[in-house]
Design a protein around this ligand. Structure first.
Ligand SMILES: O=C(CO)[C@H](O)[C@H](O)COP(=O)(O)O
Length: 251
């Protein structure tokens, strides 16, 4: 379709397979990040070629801007109300299709949009597939009010889960604090491994200054993992992923 030759072939393969799931009349959630951007371009090309009628809700200002610039109809989530499917990227995918998201600081809107969708489809390259979540620092969106207090409460919660002593670092853009689309800060939790994502999710949800964390548990229905040769592996929840095979493909 419309993608340049420089586009990562694994991302392109995953994006194309996801866009093939789109049907005329659908209400779609559009994810954020480089893989989601490839998908948005593929989607726009399909809409232009086939004259599909779609209503799209974007998970970030950047995605809304890209989608609109390509002629897609972007509306507010509340205007659409409910979505048939959301297609988004991820930073990590485990064998249960639990995810870490938020590498693009958009996980708050991404989680709201995914929760308002009949189906969440994740597109990724094999490097995102892991046995255990946590090598990618876990993004946590935090209110600016009481920011340092919230960081202290997070450290205490981590200690109680035997994850104490890990770095809890504010995300910067250049030398300035990164501010999300919703006006909040991001803390990245450098945990290495998250042995019990459910327990961590519960603990973080109990801290008042946290707006949302980047663990997506039980939300992803289908993961489409693209490979360098243009093929894809599709995994439904609890199919089980041969993470080793996927992660080291082509190394
Ligand atoms: O969660 C996200 C943004 O908040 C992205 O989906 C995630 O960071 C993956 O991005 P990319 O496709 O660029 O690797």
């Amino acid at each position: 379709m419309s993608q340049s030759l420089q586009t990562d072939p694994a991302k392109l393969a995953a994006a194309r397979a996801a866009v093939a799931l789109v049907a005329d009349g659908m209400r779609l959630g559009l994810g954020t990040g480089s893989t989601a951007s490839v998908m948005v371009r593929e989607l726009a090309a399909r809409v232009a070629a086939e004259g599909l009628s779609l209503r799209c809700a974007a998970t970030s200002k950047a995605t809304a801007q890209l989608a609109e610039s390509l002629g897609l109809r972007v509306e507010g989530l509340d205007q659409i109300g409910w979505l048939d499917m959301t297609i988004d990227g991820a930073d990590e995918v485990d064998p249960h299709l639990h995810l870490i998201k938020g590498g693009g600081a958009a996980h708050l809107r991404e989680k709201i949009v995914a929760a308002a969708s009949d189906r969440m489809v994740v597109i990724a390259d094999p490097g995102k597939v892991v046995e255990v979540l946590g090598a990618f620092p876990l993004p946590v969106e935090v209110l600016q009010f009481g920011f340092e207090t919230t960081r202290t409460l997070i450290r205490r919660a981590l200690e109680e889960l035997d994850l104490g002593g890990r770095d809890v670092l504010q995300r910067l853009t250049g030398s300035d604090a990164l501010v999300t689309d919703e006006g909040n800060f991001i803390l990245d939790l450098h945990l290495g491994q998250i042995p019990d994502p459910v327990a961590l999710s519960r603990a973080l949800q109990g801290i008042p200054g946290i707006v949302e964390h980047g663990l997506f548990l039980g939300m992803c229905d289908l993961a489409i993992i693209g490979r360098e040769d243009g093929s894809v592996v599709e995994l439904a929840r609890d199919d089980g992923i041969d993470a080793d095979m996927l992660a080291h493909e082509g190394d």
